[in-house]
Write a protein that binds this ligand. Sequence first.
Ligand SMILES: [Zn+2]
Length: 63
Amino acid sequence: METVTKKACETHVYRALDEVTAETEAFPIMETMNKGEELSTSCDFCQQAAVYVVSNMQSPPIS
Ligand SMILES: [Zn+2]
């Protein structure tokens, strides 16, 4: 299955969910970005810092 991942701020998280759903026809998974990671990652839809990661797959377990 194709993996689609989008990063979004508070404002654009619903848009990210919509797009992942439209592109994959799968139920999207929304996760909060890790501290530190959010400071260096910007939203896919604007210039703000991303808060959420939306994807169609679960993140691999941290080993
Ligand atoms: Zn945004």
